[in-house]
Write a protein that binds this ligand. Structure first.
Ligand SMILES: C[S@@+](CC[C@H](N)C(=O)[O-])C[C@H]1O[C@@H](n2cnc3c(N)ncnc32)[C@H](O)[C@@H]1O
Length: 239
């Protein structure tokens, strides 16, 4: 007998967590801000006066990252794209005292804005900050057998055009079961917009992210989930 497949016709927009700005604010005010560490609040306040403040990782993403980090008992992590250090401090707070973060950014001066607060939180000893383009550092790390397949967690939040290149290297560095989180995979919603209505400034990275999202959806080496937190994150677990 033929099996009848019942399709749930409830549209995703009816169920979606991003239905209204009020709902988003409700989540932030109820579940995120009350639990945010004082130093993270301070770091966010300092960053808010920066001309590029919009680049800072969203606190709801940070909270979820911390949950993932503690769930997998992450100890050795890598971060690509530090800015003033919000996600970095969030990571440092979530890993054990002898945990280590390799943090890469082309701009040390931005990291130094947040550094006094990272110091105040007593987390600096967990961080190895490297001022560089990320790709050569990742290539160097991969050459070292002590690094290959040893990282528990990666957070990728730098130049979007290189996400696919970062992914290849991050997979080599992660241990099986390790988690990578890619930020901004919605690119302000433009990945699902007609090209004609996308602001010129967003076009190049939008194209890269559409290709990356498609690529990773077909990547059998990882389990994935694309989650509507912040500007969209894609969580990957290395098989
Ligand atoms: C979106 S911000 C990172 C935000 C950060 N995760 C936070 O929590 O605030 C992106 C950062 O990537 C850095 N970046 C851009 N291109 C890079 C590259 N090729 N290699 C390393 N860092 C890069 C920028 O200097 C910038 O600080």
């Amino acid at each position: 007998m033929e099996t009848k497949v019942v399709i749930n016709t409830t549209s995703s927009t009816e169920k979606g967590v991003l239905q209204t700005a009020e709902l988003y604010n409700y989540v932030m005010d109820t579940s995120v801000y009350p639990r945010e560490h004082e130093c993270l609040k301070e770091l966010r306040a300092i960053t808010s006066t920066h001309p590029r403040a919009v680049m800072g990782t969203s606190p709801d993403v940070g909270q979820f990252m911390a949950l993932l980090l503690t769930t997998i008992n992450a100890k050795k992590t890598i971060e690509i794209g530090v800015f003033t250090g919000y996600s970095l401090l969030q990571t440092a707070l979530a890993i054990p005292d002898d945990g280590k973060i390799t943090a890469i950014d082309v701009n040390r001066s931005w990291y130094e804005i947040g550094l006094p607060i990272i110091d105040k939180a007593r987390m600096t000893h967990k961080i190895n900050f490297i001022e560089s383009e990320a790709l050569p550092v990742l290539d160097q790390l991969m050459k070292d057998p002590e690094n290959k397949g040893t990282f528990d967690f990666a957070f990728v939040d730098a130049d979007k055009d290189n996400y696919a290149n970062y992914h290849e290297r991050v997979l080599e560095l992660l241990k099986p079961g390790g988690i990578a989180v890619y930020d901004n995979t919605f690119w302000a919603g433009t990945v699902a917009m007609d090209e004609a209505s996308v602001p010129e400034s967003k076009l190049a990275s939008r194209k890269a992210l559409i290709e990356f999202n498609k690529h990773i959806a077909g990547d059998a080496r990882v389990q994935i989930s694309q989650i509507p937190l912040g500007d969209g994150i894609t969580v990957c677990r290395r098989n």
